[in-house]
Design a protein around this ligand. Structure first.
Ligand code: 8YV
Length: 323
C-alpha cells in the first residue's frame, strides 16, 4: 500500500502526478476530501506545504504518525519548530533553488515602481496615450543607494543584481557576514533606512524580525524612499506602511508579500503608489520544478528511513531526543 501524505496547497501538475504515483495524497484544500481525511488522520506520515502556508499547530497535533513536513519553499516561519523537534518530526525546505527567482522578483517590483510600468500599461490599454496623455516621469535606479535588510542568500542575489544596475549597496544583517568589497554594512535597520533611497526587505521571518520594518524605519526611509518586500508580510508593521504610503511619508512600495495572504488589507488596492504581487517570488516553471524535485527527494528519504536531505531541524531533533 502506498504511504499516505497530506498536501496542504496545490503544486504544479507534473509534481502532483509524481506525488500521486508514489503516495496516497490527501488534499487538504479540496472540500470533497475532508471526510476521508478525517477518517485517515492516523495514517498520514508526511505533509507537503508552501512556505507561506506551513502547517498549523492544530494540524500537527491531529496527525499522530506525522514524521516530515516538506516545505515547498524556504520559509519555516509557519511551522512550530520547537514542537516538531519535540515530536521528532523533520521539517525540510527547498534551499538554493529559488534564490535567483526571488531576487529577480525584487528587481522586477523595484523597476515596476521606479519606471511606472503598471501605470504605463494601463495608460496604453485605456487609450489615454493615444488620446495625448503623458505618463509622469519615473526615477533612475543607477547611482541610487539600495539597502538590503537581511543579507542571506536572497539578499546577496538582490545585491548582485542591483550592482549590475549601478546602484550602491548598503545592508544590515543580524550577524556579521563577509561581503564583496564596496557593500557597506550599517548597524541598525533604522540607520540603514535613513541612508537609503530604496529599502529591499529580504530578512527571514522569525520572532526577532516581527515588524522589524517599523514606523520608525519607514519614517527614516523618508518621502523619497521606496520599499520593496519579498520576504514575509509580518516583518513589516503593515498599519504603519499603509499610513506611510497614504500620507506620502514614503514615496512608493513594491510588495510580493502581505500579512493576511491572500485576503490582504483592501487599503493596499486603493493606493496609487504601490505595485502589488500575489506572493509569486518563486513562481516560475523551472524553479517550481526544482522545488518540487527537492520536495519529492525529501519524501523519498523519509519513507526510505533516511534523514530528509534538506531537513532544517535534524540537529535539533537529535539534541532534543538525546537529552
Ligand atoms: C512559497 C515562500 O513557498 O519559499 C518560501 O518560503 O514563501 C514561497 O516560495 C511558494 O509560494 C510555494 O507555496
Amino acid at each position: 500500500m502506498k504511504p499516505a501524505i497530506l498536501l496542504v496547497e496545490p503544486m504544479m501538475d507534473a509534481i502532483e502526478r509524481d506525488l500521486d504515483a508514489a503516495y496516497t495524497v490527501h488534499r487538504l484544500y479540496d472540500a470533497a476530501q475532508q471526510s476521508r481525511i478525517q477518517a485517515d488522520l492516523g495514517t498520514i506520515r508526511a505533509a507537503v506545504t508552501g512556505g507561506g502556508t506551513g502547517l498549523s499547530a492544530e494540524w500537527v497535533a491531529r496527525l499522530p504518525a506525522l514524521g516530515l513536513i516538506a516545505i515547498n519553499g524556504v520559509g519555516t516561519d509557519k511551522v512550530d519548530l520547537a514542537e516538531t523537534a519535540r515530536r521528532g518530526i523533520h521539517v525540510s525546505t527547498t534551499p538554493g533553488v529559488l534564490t535567483g527567482d526571488v531576487a529577480d522578483m525584487a528587481m522586477a517590483l523595484l523597476l515596476a515602481v521606479m519606471r511606472r510600468i503598471v501605470d504605463g500599461d494601463r495608460m496604453v490599454r485605456d487609450g489615454r496615450w493615444a488620446a495625448g496623455g503623458q505618463l509622469p516621469l519615473g526615477s533612475r535606479l543607477g547611482g541610487r543607494k539600495l539597502a538590503i535588510l537581511g543579507l542571506g542568500q536572497i539578499g546577496r542575489a538582490i545585491a548582485r543584481r542591483a550592482e549590475a544596475f549601478d546602484a550602491e549597496i548598503l545592508y544590515w544583517n543580524r550577524s556579521p557576514v563577509e561581503t564583496p568589497s564596496g557593500w557597506t554594512c550599517i548597524d541598525t535597520p533604522e540607520r540603514l533606512a535613513a541612508e537609503a533611497d530604496i529599502l529591499v526587505v529580504a530578512v527571514a521571518a522569525t520572532p526577532q524580525t516581527e515588524s522589524i520594518v517599523s514606523a520608525a524605519v519607514l519614517d527614516a526611509l523618508g518621502p523619497n524612499g521606496i520599499l520593496v518586500n519579498v520576504a514575509r508580510g509580518n516583518v513589516v508593521d503593515e498599519a504603519a506602511l499603509l499610513s506611510a504610503l497614504q500620507q506620502a511619508q514614503i514615496a512608493a512600495a513594491g510588495l510580493d508579500v502581505f500579512r493576511n495572504e491572500p485576503t490582504i488589507d483592501p487599503a493596499f488596492a486603493r493606493l496609487d503608489n504601490v505595485v502589488l504581487a500575489p506572493h509569486q517570488g518563486s513562481a516560475t516553471v523551472s524553479t517550481r520544478e526544482d522545488m518540487g524535485a527537492l520536495v519529492l527527494a525529501n519524501l523519498a528519504d523519509h519513507f526510505a528511513g533516511r534523514t530528509p536531505r534538506t531537513s532544517v531541524n535534524a540537529d535539533r531533533i537529535q539534541e532534543t531526543h538525546s537529552a
